[in-house]
Design a protein around this ligand. Structure first.
Ligand code: UGA
Length: 432
């Protein structure tokens, strides 16, 4: 099939490349000419394991193309995916849908035959209805269908999540587009993916409810971890103990710093805002947002406690600053609160991240990027392990640090406390 992806951000690029790898002809469109030129040269704008290889392979075999010409790309395609950003509006919790609607208007000017327009951007319920209205101003309804097909890709695992999804959700109010979509996804369905067809509004809500539920699960275990710290038991045992109950499930029960990224914080706020519009109080999700917001303060206080209220002049090795491992994404990462806190308190922070230095910390006092784990640990009083990169899982602290009193604050519980203590270091984890 001939597909057009509007927006070469995370969702558009990964989905477009993966669809081309399944044998479809795909044009990825973006307004940003530099981005498009770079993609043609194989320069990928985001860090995502496996993506570069797939781009090069499919661009070379001409199934994948890149363009800034939306009009021509839409004309050449049967299915158009809208994959643009839906950030939180300034001074409000609701999603800014201007890019989705602009894409809809532009598509409507290029419809030359029946097209399926799919919203892959994360949007509040009823956005599909509004998009349909916008397009029908220029085009008769029999020439297009508006469908919701949310994505469930995790950053860092996006290719695998695309190829082996737990489910594919397609929300459409007509059978023609459902038939086409089912055949587009046939290669994944044949490998075991469950295909759920539903109406458009349901598909839109499934996306928000999924992210809100996962954010709730993470926040739940983070609060249980707070309790474990007070009682002196290990939250890892609790996660295993409750996760084995199939009704609960073991995934997304890893206690850690506050959840971050471009999705959970934005989507939890947006679903609450949508519900408000429909005069419904989503009190659980509101509490989740509140609990997650105060979590960084809680962790800052814990660092203060660990360092016995003497943060000033302490040398802090901060390992991993992105919101999770296998991504270069800094959005809503708890390091954005923790590092400024430490800097303000007079610590000297040497941070290392496998994805390089970050502009967010450039202006902060006493914060510098170290080019390796070893460099970051040199002279450190405390090592704060903030993300769960494999690179950090078997650090030989004894080899890298001459400081016998080194404290390790493991914010992802990736080490065995006993092993660390055996080497003579002080160990603190989350909820243990
Ligand atoms: C999330 C969803 O998992 C995807 O299904 C969805 O497609 C995506 O949002 C989106 O809407 O685009 P992502 O933001 O990439 O994916 O990251 P997650 O792996 O879900 O992690 C989110 C946050 O929760 C991270 O800060 C992570 O460290 C934290 N987390 C996750 C935990 O603290 N513990 C866990 O057990 C799991």
């Amino acid at each position: 099939m001939r597909l057009c992806m509007i927006g070469t951000g995370y969702v558009g690029l990964v989905s477009g490349v993966c669809f081309s790898d399944l044998g479809n002809e795909v044009i990825c469109v973006d307004k940003n000419i530099n981005k498009i030129n770079n993609l043609k040269k194989g320069i990928i704008p985001i860090y995502e394991p496996g993506l570069e290889e797939l781009v090069l392979k499919n661009y070379k075999n001409k199934r994948l193309n890149f363009s800034t010409n939306l009009k021509e790309s839409v004309k050449k395609s049967d299915i158009i995916f809208i994959c643009v950003g839906t950030p939180t509006k300034k001074n409000s919790n609701s999603a800014d849908l201007s890019q989705v609607y602009t894409a809809g208007k532009e598509i409507s000017k290029s419809i030359n035959k029946y097209k399926i327009i799919i919203n892959k951007s994360t949007v509040p319920v009823t956005t599909g209805d509004d998009l349909e209205k916008i397009i029908s101003k220029n085009v008769n309804k029999k020439y297009f269908s508006v469908v919701s097909n949310p994505e469930f890709l995790r950053e860092g695992e996006a290719i695998r999540d695309f190829v082996y999804p737990d489910r594919v959700i397609v929300g459409s109010n007509d059978s023609k587009s459902q038939r086409v979509l089912k055949s587009l996804y046939a290669p994944l369905i044949s490998k075991g993916a469950k295909y759920i067809s539903t109406n458009r509004r349901s598909a839109e809500l499934i996306k928000y409810a999924s992210n809100a539920f996962l954010a709730t699960k993470v926040t739940f275990i983070n609060e249980i971890a707070n309790l474990c710290e007070k009682i002196g038991i290990d939250v890892e045992d609790i996660s295993i103990g409750i996760g084995l109950d199939k009704r609960i499930g073991s995934r997304f029960l890893r206690a850690g710093p506050a959840y971050g990224g471009s999705c959970f914080p934005k989507d939890t706020k947006a679903i609450v805002s949508t519900a408000d519009k429909f005069k419904t109080n989503l009190s659980i999700i509101k509490s989740v947002i509140k609990s997650n917001n105060i979590r960084s303060d809680l962790l800052s206080k814990r660092v203060n406690f660990i360092l016995k209220n003497k943060i000033k002049n302490k040398i802090v090795s901060f390992l991993g600053v992105t919101f999770k491992a296998n991504t270069d994404d800094m959005r809503d990462s708890s390091s954005l609160k923790l590092i400024p806190f430490l800097s303000k308190k007079g610590a000297k922070i040497k941070y290392y991240d496998p994805t390089g230095s970050k502009k967010e910390f450039r202006k902060l006092k006493n914060v510098e990027f170290s080019s390796s784990i070893k460099e970051s640990l040199k002279g450190a009083d405390i090592a704060i392990v903030h993300t769960e990169w494999n690179d950090f899982k078997s650090i030989n602290f004894k080899k890298f640090s001459k400081n016998k009193k080194l404290i390790i604050y493991d914010m992802r519980n990736i080490y065995s406390p006993d092993k660390i203590k055996k080497h003579g270091f002080k160990y603190f984890g989350i909820g243990r």
